[in-house]
Design a protein around this ligand. Structure first.
Ligand code: GDP
Ligand code: ZN
Length: 461
C-alpha cells in the first residue's frame, strides 16, 4: 500500500547541477528497506559504505559507486535515508535516479520538493526552525564571515540563546500564575519574588539579543548603499574602484538592469549591494528623467546614502538641493571626490558635518586616496559594530519576533508598576512574549510560514 501523500518516500539529486567528481542521489522515507532490497538484492547494514554496481532492470550497469544506508531516526531527516554516490554527470545521475523511481514506484517514491529533506528533519525534531533556516543560509553564504555565522546558527548557537531566555520568561510566569490563586497576596508578590528585577534582567538579555540579531541581519541581507550625486562627479569610477579590490565571491543579483548597476562587494565580510544611479539633475530629456526618477526610488530604499560631490565645488547649490531632498532618517555619507585635482592637502579622517549631521570625507576615486576610510565609515554609519560580529545569521522574522517579545515585556513592566498591580495582565504579557520567542524556533508556526521558508531551498536539501 502506498504511503500518505505527504509521507511518501522522496528522492532528489543532492549535488549541484552540472558536472562534478561525484554526484549524490538521496532518498528519504519511513521505511526504505524494501526499496534497498529491490535495488541491491540485499539488505544494507546502516552506516556501512558499500561499493556496488548500480544496475538497470536488465542487470546492465548504469554506474558504480558507494551506497550508504541510514536507518531512521538516526539520519538527517529522522527517516530512513539512502545515499547513492556515483559519478557526477547529469546524464548518469538521471539514469540512476530513473531506476530508483522505477523500483520505488510500488512504494510511492516521488521527486522531492525544494527543501523537503530539511523540512522532514524539522518536522521530525532533528532541527528547530532557526537551524533549518541556517542550512539554507550556509549554502547561500557569499562570504566566509556569513558562512561562519550560518554554521554557528546551524549548530544551535542562536536557538540556545532564545530558548534560555524563553525558560526565564516561562519560570517567571509560573511564579506569577501560582500567586494568582491567592489574590490578597498580589501586592506582596512582586517584592517577595523580586519579580521586577527578574523582568529587568530578562529585558536586558533580550536587548543584547536584539543587538546581535541586527548585526546578524546585516550579515545575511547585506547593506543597500546608493551612490547619489550629480552627473560626472565620479559615481561610476568610485563603484569600479570599490569593486576592483574585492576578492570575495561576487554573486549576480536579480533585477539588475542596464540603467541601474548593482555591484555586490564585501567589506570585512559584510556584503554591500552598491547601486550606481543616474546622475541627479533637472532635465528635459524624457529617458534621462525616467532614470532620475528611478534613482530617487533607490534612494528611498537605501540603508545608507553616499552623496558624492566634486571637491572643487563644495558648495554647489545643486548639491545643496539634493541634500535637502534626501529622506530624513537614512544615514548619509557626504563624500568629496577628485581631491587629486586640488592643490591643498585635505583631511582624510571622516568628520561629522556641523550643519547637516552627515559624515563628511574626501577621496580620489582615481588614485584611491581615502578609500580605506570610506569603506570603514560606510560600515560604521550603517550601524555595523566591528569586532562585535554576530555569532549567528539572523532573518527579518527573527528580529521581528524578538522586538515583539520586547514590546510585551515593556507592557508587562507597566502592569507591574501600578499601585494595584494587575498580576493576570502581567502574566498574559509574559505568555505573549513566550509565544513570540517560540516562533523563532518553530514551536508556533503556520503552514504558510513553513512553505515560505522551505520553498526557497534548493532541491535535494
Ligand atoms: P559619474 O557620472 O558620476 O558616474 O562620473 P564618472 O565616474 O563617469 O566620472 C566622470 C569623469 O570624472 C570621468 O572622466 C572620470 O575619469 C573622472 N573622475 C572620476 N573620479 C575622479 C577622480 O577622483 N579624480 C579625477 N581627476 N577624475 C575623476
Ligand atoms: Zn556614472
Amino acid at each position: 500500500m502506498n504511503a500518505l501523500p505527504d509521507q511518501q518516500p522522496i528522492i532528489a539529486i543532492a549535488t549541484a547541477p552540472g558536472r562534478g567528481g561525484i554526484g549524490v542521489i538521496r532518498l528519504s522515507g519511513k521505511t526504505l528497506a524494501p526499496l534497498v532490497q529491490g535495488l541491491f538484492g540485499q539488505e544494507l547494514t546502516p552506516r556501512h559504505a558499500y561499493f556496488r554496481p548500480f544496475l538497470d532492470q536488465d542487470g546492465q550497469m548504469l554506474d558504480e559507486g558507494i551506497a550508504l544506508y541510514f536507518a531512521g531516526p538516526h539520519s538527517y531527516t529522522g527517516e530512513d535515508v539512502l545515499e547513492l554516490q556515483g559519478h557526477g554527470g547529469p546524464a548518469v545521475l538521471k539514469r540512476v535516479m530513473a531506476r530508483c523511481l522505477q523500483v520505488g514506484q510500488a512504494f510511492g517514491l516521488r521527486l522531492a520538493l525544494p527543501g523537503e529533506f530539511t523540512q522532514r528533519a524539522f518536522l521530525n525534531g532533528r532541527l528547530d526552525l532557526a537551524q533549518a533556516e541556517a542550512v539554507a543560509d550556509l549554502i547561500d553564504a557569499s562570504s566566509e564571515a556569513a558562512a561562519r555565522s550560518a554554521m554557528a546558527s546551524l549548530s544551535g548557537a542562536f536557538s540556545q540563546q532564545v530558548t534560555a531566555l524563553d525558560h526565564d520568561i516561562v519560570r517567571l510566569r509560573m511564579l506569577v500564575e501560582a500567586t494568582l490563586d491567592f489574590p490578597e497576596e498580589e501586592i506582596d508578590f512582586l517584592e517577595k519574588y523580586q519579580a521586577r528585577d527578574k523582568l529587568d534582567a530578562i529585558r536586558e538579555k533580550l536587548e543584547a539579543l536584539i543587538a546581535q540579531a541586527r548585526q546578524g541581519l546585516i550579515l545575511r541581507e547585506g547593506l543597500h548603499v546608493v551612490l547619489a550625486g550629480q552627473p560626472n562627479v565620479g559615481k561610476s569610477s568610485l563603484l569600479n574602484a570599490l569593486a576592483g579590490d574585492d576578492i570575495a565571491i561576487v554573486t549576480p543579483i536579480a533585477g539588475t538592469t542596464r540603467d541601474r548597476v548593482v555591484q555586490q562587494i564585501h567589506i570585512d565580510g559584510v556584503p554591500l549591494h552598491i547601486v550606481d544611479t543616474a546622475g541627479l539633475r533637472e532635465t528635459e530629456d524624457t529617458v534621462e528623467r525616467i532614470g532620475i526618477q528611478r534613482s530617487w526610488a533607490e534612494i528611498e530604499k537605501a540603508n545608507v546614502i553616499l552623496h558624492l560631490q566634486d571637491a572643487r565645488q563644495p558648495d554647489d547649490p545643486l548639491d545643496q538641493e539634493i541634500t535637502s531632498r534626501l529622506p530624513p532618517g537614512t544615514p548619509v555619507l557626504k563624500v568629496y571626490n577628485k581631491v587629486d585635482l586640488l592643490e591643498v592637502e585635505l583631511p582624510c579622517p571622516a568628520t561629522p558635518d556641523a550643519d547637516s549631521g552627515a559624515t563628511t570625507l574626501y577621496i580620489s576615486a582615481r588614485n584611491g586616496a581615502g578609500l580605506g576610510t570610506l569603506r570603514q565609515t560606510l560600515l560604521n554609519i550603517a550601524g555595523w559594530q566591528p569586532g562585535a560580529e554576530s555569532p549567528w545569521l539572523a532573518r527579518e522574522r527573527h528580529l521581528h519576533a524578538l522586538q515583539e517579545a520586547q514590546l510585551h515585556l515593556i507592557v508587562a513592566d507597566e502592569h507591574a508598576s501600578h499601585d494595584d498591580s494587575v498580576l493576570d495582565l502581567f502574566a498574559e504579557e509574559l505568555r505573549l512574549a513566550h509565544e513570540e520567542l517560540c516562533r523563532i524556533t518553530g514551536q508556533f508556526t503556520s503552514d504558510d510560514l513553513l512553505g515560505e521558508i522551505f520553498s526557497s531551498f534548493c532541491i535535494g536539501k
